[in-house]
Design a protein around this ligand. Structure first.
Ligand SMILES: C[S@@+](CC[C@H](N)C(=O)[O-])C[C@H]1O[C@@H](n2cnc3c(N)ncnc32)[C@H](O)[C@@H]1O
Length: 218
C-alpha cells in the first residue's frame, strides 16, 4: 500500500481491525503516522491490545458509525478495511466513509483472493465455506461507480508465498484468528488441530494474496 501512496499519511483508521494483525502491519509500515484500530468485538480488541503495543497505535472497541460520528468529518488520510468491507451494513457505504476522509485521502479496501483462501489448511467444512465466499473478487456491490461519488478507483493485486512454522499457524487457529473457523464449535477445531499436528511436517506454505481497491478522493 505504501508504494501506491504519493504522500505519507498522518492519520490512518484500520476499520474492523479484528485482533489487529492488519493494524500491526500498518504501524510497522507507517511509523510516522497515527494509527487507530477499531472493531465492534470486545474479545478481539482485548487480544489486539495485549499483543500489539506501538507508540503510534491505539485500539478502540466500538461500532464503526459510533467512532466516525465522534471524530468528525475529514479526520483520516487513509481509511483501511481488510477482509471486512462485505460485513458492513448499508449505511457504511463508500459515500459515508468519504465524509471522514481528508481532501487528498483514500479508502483502501483489501480482500483476500480465492487462490489465497484455497492455500490455507482448514477443516473441510471451513474450506468449502472459504471457497464459496472468495469465489468472486470482492467487494462487489456499492463500489462499482466510484466516480459518481468523487472517488477514483485503482484496483491491483499483491501477494507472496510464505513458509509458516506449523506451530505458529496452530497458535493462530487456537487464538481464533482465522475467520474461516469462527462458525465452528471449539471442540471441532481442537479435534482438527490434533489431527493436523500429527502429519509430521514442521512448516506449511500459504499464499497471502489480496485485491487492493484504492478509492482516492478527487
Ligand atoms: C474477517 S474480520 C477481519 C479483521 C481484520 N481486518 C483482519 O483482516 O485481520 C472482520 C471484522 O469486522 C468486524 N466488524 C464487522 N462489522 C463491524 C462494525 N459494524 N463495526 C466494527 N467492526 C465490525 C468484526 O468484528 C470482525 O472482527
Amino acid at each position: 500500500m505504501s508504494r501506491l501512496l504519493t504522500e505519507k499519511p498522518h492519520k490512518i483508521l484500520d476499520l474492523a481491525c479484528g485482533v489487529g494483525l492488519s493494524t500491526k502491519a500498518l504501524s510497522l509500515n507507517f511509523e510516522g503516522s497515527e494509527i487507530v484500530g477499531v472493531d465492534i468485538d470486545p474479545s478481539l480488541i482485548s487480544l489486539a491490545k495485549k499483543k500489539i503495543n506501538f507508540p503510534n497505535t491505539r485500539f478502540q472497541c466500538c461500532e464503526i458509525s459510533e467512532l466516525l460520528e465522534k471524530v468528525g468529518e475529514k479526520s483520516f488520510d487513509i481509511i483501511f478495511v481488510k477482509s471486512a468491507y462485505h460485513y458492513f451494513e448499508d449505511e457504511i457505504s463508500l459515500s459515508y466513509l468519504k465524509k471522514f476522509l481528508q481532501d487528498d485521502g483514500a479508502i483502501v479496501v483489501a480482500e483476500r483472493t480465492a487462490r489465497s483462501a484455497g492455500s490455507y489448511p482448514l477443516p473441510e467444512i471451513a474450506s468449502v465455506y472459504w471457497k464459496n465466499i472468495f469465489s468472486e473478487p470482492r467487494p462487489t456491490r456499492r463500489v462499482n461507480s466510484p466516480s459518481s461519488l468523487g472517488l477514483s478507483l485503482l484496483v491491483s493485486c499483491y501477494g507472496k508465498f510464505l513458509t509458516v512454522p506449523k506451530s505458529l499457524y496452530i497458535d493462530a487457529v487456537r487464538e481464533n484468528q482465522l475467520v474461516g473457523l469462527w462458525m465452528l464449535q471449539s471442540h471441532f477445531v481442537s479435534d482438527w488441530i490434533e489431527q493436523f499436528s500429527e502429519d509430521g511436517s514442521a512448516s506449511l506454505e500459504i499464499l497471502e494474496e489480496f485485491w487492493l481497491y484504492v478509492y482516492r478522493n478527487t
